[in-house]
Design a protein around this ligand. Structure first.
Ligand SMILES: *[C@@H]1O[C@H](CO)[C@@H](O)[C@H](O)[C@H]1NC(C)=O
Ligand SMILES: *[C@@H]1O[C@H](CO)[C@@H](O)[C@H](O)[C@H]1NC(C)=O
Ligand SMILES: *[C@@H]1O[C@H](CO)[C@@H](O)[C@H](O)[C@H]1NC(C)=O
Ligand SMILES: *[C@@H]1O[C@H](CO)[C@@H](O)[C@H](O)[C@H]1NC(C)=O
Ligand SMILES: *[C@@H]1O[C@H](CO)[C@@H](O)[C@H](O)[C@H]1NC(C)=O
Ligand SMILES: *[C@@H]1O[C@H](CO)[C@@H](O)[C@H](O)[C@H]1NC(C)=O
Ligand SMILES: *[C@@H]1O[C@H](CO)[C@@H](O)[C@H](O)[C@H]1NC(C)=O
Length: 266
């Protein structure tokens, strides 16, 4: 029994060492992969994004190898890591689609492509942007498709502005997970279906505008839970609400709800 133990001990310690070394080398390779690949991934993502866009004003001319991508027009990088934290190309007369590669800009905090002619849809890869605080795709009049459910993974989102697009289908109830959301502007689209009751979970929400869509059903009582709400604009839809003052939403938010309901029957 004793010599049996003696025999197994070196074997055990050998496998232990092997496993430890394997673990260590995996850790090192993973670490070096992460540090060398990351800024190159940002560059590739930007070039892929550019390749799906026409720019009659040649706005993206500087997006070439003569400059580091941190100096490309519209690109902002973080000081420490040289990773893209902002992409601001609003009002540049850009025509094209939004590449799914945008989801690889993993340090992105602000994406502003407002007032252009992007078409196609919003890629669900946007949901990989967990540091995103501001998403503004407003005034892209033929940007269609649906609001991607995966947008609800952008847990740091504070401003979501998708007004004056061509978005259709329902408002994903998962948007109710965006606990830091302060501004939710979906006005002037072709959204239909109901007002998701989960929106009432957005306790940081200040401005909500769903005006000019095809929403129907009742405005849920959960709206009354939104303590930060100061601007609530939902008229010009097909809501069935009548002015039932016993409903909590009218008690808590009477000043603006009455006004918005007048709109919805106009
Ligand atoms: C990415 O980072 C590595 C290591 O810091 C550096 O050698 C390389 O030039 C960088 N590439 C770009 C495109 O910034
Ligand atoms: C890169 O862009 C700049 C500014 O538009 C231009 O002057 C330069 O010739 C370009 N370089 C290349 C290699 O295309
Ligand atoms: C980036 O995103 C695209 C499309 O979403 C994907 O195919 C690609 O493998 C991603 N990764 C890198 C490192 O570019
Ligand atoms: C969307 O989210 C689901 C999980 O909810 C995930 O499995 C999927 O890979 C995501 N797709 C994209 C394109 O982001
Ligand atoms: C989104 O962009 C439009 C157009 O530039 C601007 O008017 C609007 O204020 C922006 N929205 C937010 C929430 O910043
Ligand atoms: C969000 O709201 C829905 C419907 O109002 C509710 O059922 C759900 O429990 C809420 N979730 C969280 C995480 O608060
Ligand atoms: C939010 O609502 C306030 C009025 O309560 C308004 O002054 C402000 O411009 C709105 N902001 C946005 C981004 O819509």
């Amino acid at each position: 029994m004793d010599h049996l133990l003696m025999n197994t001990r070196p074997l055990f310690s050998l496998t232990y060492h092997a496993i430890f070394l394997l673990f260590l080398s995996l850790l090192i390779s993973k670490f070096s992969l992460a540090t060398t690949l990351s800024n190159e991934t940002d560059k590739l993502a930007l070039l892929e994004f550019k390749s799906h866009i026409d720019s009659p004003l040649n706005v993206l001319a500087s997006w070439n190898d003569s400059f580091h991508f941190c100096h490309w027009v519209g690109v902002t990088c973080g000081n420490q890591h040289q990773r893209v934290i902002g992409l601001d190309l609003k009002n540049k007369k850009l025509v094209g689609t939004i590449s799914p590669y945008i989801g690889n800009l993993s340090f992105l905090q602000s994406l502003d492509l407002a007032s252009n002619s992007f078409h196609g849809g919003i890629p669900s890869e946007v949901g990989y942007l967990t540091r995103l605080r501001n998403l503004n795709l407003s005034y892209n009049p033929i940007l269609g498709g649906e609001i991607p459910v995966n947008l609800s993974h952008c847990s740091n989102l504070q401003y979501l502005d998708l007004k004056y697009n061509d978005l259709e289908r329902g408002i994903p109830s998962e948007l109710g997970f965006l606990s830091k959301l302060q501004i939710l502007i979906l006005r002037n689209n072709h959204l239909n279906g109901r007002f998701p009751p989960s929106i009432g979970n957005l306790s940081s929400l200040q401005n909500l505008s769903f005006v000019y869509n095809n929403l129907e059903g009742e405005i849920p009582n959960t709206v009354a839970q939104m303590k930060s709400l100061t601007y609530f604009h939902v008229g010009i839809n097909h809501f069935s609400d009548t002015l039932d003052r016993s409903k909590p939403i009218y008690r808590n938010h009477s000043s603006f709800i009455v006004q918005c309901l007048r709109h919805s029957h106009a």
